[in-house]
Write a protein that binds this ligand. Structure first.
Ligand SMILES: [Zn+2]
Length: 190
């Protein structure tokens, strides 16, 4: 009898818990613009990654490989850029390099020790080198790049003994829209 009562009490608690979860889901659907129809909640991307993606879109419109980057200093975006080697006839004009140059100029110093770099694609070896030289504190990148990436694959620049500086690395935020932009771009070129 006691067992039955315990079971009933547990069942009651479960029902109450599931009611609370349902309320929470409804609340999230009502207040979060990106909550999907299936009730799966997708949190909005952080502002810097949204801005980097906007830059990547600008690159695609200009016929450049859609990669965008922004530099954040004390919570404020101080530089943003997109890939522009064609437009500038400069093979080193990758989004990260351009954004780092602008940020350093804006701050009036060559070291960006208190800055974050947000970029839509895993940096290549050149950009990883620039990030190390700039002493960027944190690197956020969206999509992995199995072909040209040099952070978690390929050269793994920051893991080499010769690397002067290794930023904190956060990968994957915004990977889906960033990859989609790249896929669309290359599909249209074929
Ligand atoms: Zn690069």
């Amino acid at each position: 009898m006691l067992q039955i009562r315990l079971c009933l009490r547990k069942a009651g608690r479960l029902t109450a818990a599931s009611r609370i979860v349902k309320h929470l889901q409804a609340w999230l659907r009502a207040f979060l613009p990106q909550a999907s129809a299936q009730g799966m909640t997708r949190w909005p991307l952080p502002e810097p990654m949204q801005r980097a993606l906007a830059q990547a879109r600008l690159a695609a419109e200009a016929g450049e490989v859609p990669v965008g980057a922004v530099v954040v200093h004390k919570g404020e975006i101080i530089a943003s850029a997109h890939n522009a080697p064609r437009e500038t006839c400069d093979p080193t004009a990758h989004a990260e390099v351009l954004a780092i140059r602008d940020a350093a100029a804006a701050l009036g110093r060559e070291r960006l020790t208190d800055c974050e770099l947000w970029v839509t694609l895993e940096p290549c070896a050149m950009c990883a080198g620039a990030i190390a030289h700039a002493r960027i504190a944190r690197l956020y990148y969206a999509a992995s790049d199995p072909k040209g990436g040099a952070v978690e694959q390929g050269a793994k620049v920051f893991e080499q003994d010769q690397c002067l500086h290794r930023p904190e690395i956060y990968a994957g935020l915004g990977a889906e829209p960033a990859s989609e932009l790249l896929r669309d771009f290359f599909r249209q070129r074929r």
